[in-house]
Design a protein around this ligand. Sequence first.
Ligand SMILES: [Zn+2]
Length: 133
Amino acid sequence: MTPLIPGYLTTAEVRSRFGWSQQFVSTVAKREGWNVRKVGNAYLYSEIDISEYWAARERTRLARAFGWKVPGLVRHDEWDIECPTCGALAITRPGKNVEEHIKMLLSENPEWLCVNGHHGVGFREVEASQEDK
Ligand SMILES: [Zn+2]
């Protein structure tokens, strides 16, 4: 389907991406300050804003899977890597402090988790742990 405006998604597309109700799309759009455009009766939402929000939610989920108690959404991309297995968003295990995290990033074998459930050390994928299932 051709987008009404390139780079913008319809409410229906946002709903299907997150599994939300129509009302919730508008609530989150307001709360998050997404760029919104109105065409006729339709509201269109900036795909970049939506992708950033999606990434923040996924990072938060992965950080929690690593045992991190994250109070809000993880909006920075300091932990991001590309999954060596599928190329999707993955994060390296966050360090307990900046020093530990830098050490982790510089190490040859950082541990990582991917949004599609891949889990590995360095560029090697290891068996998914049972506790995640
Ligand atoms: Zn993956």
